[in-house]
Design a protein. Sequence first.
Length: 365
Amino acid sequence: MNGDVAASLLSEFDLETETETLPQPAGSSQDELLVLGIETSCDETCASILRGKDNVLANVISSSADLHRRYGGVVPEVASRAHVQAMNPAIAEALRLADLTLWDMNAIAVTVGPGLVGSLVVGVAAAKALASVLEVPLLPINHLEAHIYANFLEHPDFAPPAVGLIVSGGHSLLVHMQAHGLYDVLGETLDDAAGEAFDKVARYLGLGYPGGPAIDQMALGGNKRAINFPRAVMHRGYDFSFSGLKTAVQDYLRKQEEQGKEVKLEDVCASFQEAVVDVQVHKTIKAAQELMVSTVFVSGGVASNSRLRELMSAMCAENDLRLHYPSPEYCTDNAAMVACCGHFRYIRGIRADSSISAEPNLHLA
Ligand code: KG4
Ligand code: ZN
């Protein structure tokens, strides 16, 4: 790219500017737009190719979870090194699956934050290099926003305004999506994220990492009313808290051991899960009612929890609310949701220049 071309591109594609007269890629309508999504915010190296807003041509996920398992959680340096090794092969595999080349791409969308800085920089560097060589727009994406956009991949009728949960290993937020790109964070966790609580409790129970799926599975055979674990900050605003619940599980396990009583893992899992889900569902429904919003969504890794889906579905039906949640493959980290968020930003005319960088503490609003 010569200097003049670069300068004109950069002036046209200023960060966060919107204009009505943006150049469209040759022969490409919005439905044909091809976006390469890149996601490396935690321990999954992901590359996806999206045609239009919801035609996922490839969704490659290379997880380094096996490398972290023995430590009981993600080790940032290990995750970062794994991203370096997996990034190029993941992009190559996505292109192979989509039967396309890099030169077919119209834009590159990449997660810039929040997340682990050493992980984010790998994806950001790859995206910047590609966008520069291919001379296509670079679209910086907020990981939390991408989790919401996972709902657009499968639900043509999903649209703001909507109220929903973003519940993952790193975050627990109750959000009001007023319009594309316009969010109001209604509540957040005061301590651990929901997924983190699942992972920690799974560790106490010897169920391994990641703990969410293991607890979900184990809970299927248990009684959710067996142990009455506390519902933290149930009636205090829209914030969440999980540390008291975590301690209650530890106390319960210790007492059972001291008294020589058997611990029925299935019951502990089902009762713990119910305590987490109960609070989240009730706060979400209350927020939708108070804001008079009729669409509800759930996103993030914990959104694949079967009890959360079941109770949220029942409560939404009871309260005449429309509920959307992604398939499990789009709940946990993936680049299809990043590409989807990129698609909507692209058509809104939002562009970035090559000065973008990883933003580990990026907020949604
Ligand atoms: O969204 P995600 O892949 O990564 C982050 O952005 O953090 O979420 C991962 C989290 C982990 O904590 C994992 O235990 C949890 O999602 N998770 C679940 C389930 N599947 C994944 N938690 C509860 N039930 C599940 N079925
Ligand atoms: Zn995530």
